[in-house]
Design a protein around this ligand. Sequence first.
Ligand code: PHE
Length: 343
Amino acid sequence: MKDQLEKIKQEFLEGLKEIKDTLQLEELKNEFFSRKSGKVNEVMKVLKDLAGDAKKEFGVLVNEFKMEMEMNLAKKKSELDKEKMGNLVDEEGIDVTEPKLPLYEGGHLHPITIVQNELEDLFTSMGFMILDGPELESEYYNFEAVNIPADHPARDMQDTFYIKNHANWVMRTHTSTMQARSMQKYGAPLRMIVPGKCFRNEATDVRHEHTFYQLEGMVIDKNITFGDMKGILETVAKHLYGKDTKVKLRPKFYPFVEPGVNGEVTCYLCKGLGCRLCKGTGWLEIFGAGMTHPNVIKEGGLDPNVYQGFAFGFGLTRLVMLKYGIDDIRLLESGDLRFLKQF
Ligand code: PHE
């Protein structure tokens, strides 16, 4: 009996060596373990004819053989599985073919917002408050209150969008609308900036867009001089382009300041030598400024004989274009992800 079992075992182990795939393995398993015709079961049938110790002894023996064979079977099966997965599963059992989860791509700030935040930080550190104002504005605050009466030629340069059936409403053409508004609301002394969207009816091209951003600033107090203005503007220029940056102020007319200036800073790319960015001049024009006109101070509800001040307006959109080397202004409001994802 024992010999018979031993013979079956040898036969099984020999068979196992020849196995090449799971199908063959399944066949071998049936050949030996099938309930109906399996070779092991055939031998077990003898059990019922035995009795007493002989039965017990044989039972234990058969079970041992069975267990050993099953162990070998399982071992072979795992070998085959491993072979099949081959190098797809590495040592740690990580399936390298598993599709990876898409990486979470966090959003980020728009380049205009990045530069705006940077300037807000600088101005708050100098004691300025940050104001917000309406984009849909009355003609009064956009023009009259900043010394641009209805028949003034300056209006031609700032054509904008008008609202049907609301003759006196305009999309603001500049953030200077907040000059009179802020004085009326907060009085003096006053130190404020207004970053925000402005609109103009432009024939759009690489340098003109119907929607753009400015950053207005104003200081109103007693004994404010042109020197104070220059100091602030130099601080901003150095903050933006480094401590060697110089500021050049050239006379320019703006109805709401007197005197008015056009502000240029040393080109940060060529350091003033002249290059493509500054069109060979060595200077970049980035703001308008001037001493606040007495008429504007009056509109703000203050006495121009007591209070003076200055105002400046940075082209925020222009600063962003210079900073990132953007050559088409229309990209900024385009919502084009190919453009936006670069920041
Ligand atoms: N509002 C002016 C413009 O849009 C800029 C400016 C602001 C100039 C304040 C002087 C003082 O061009």
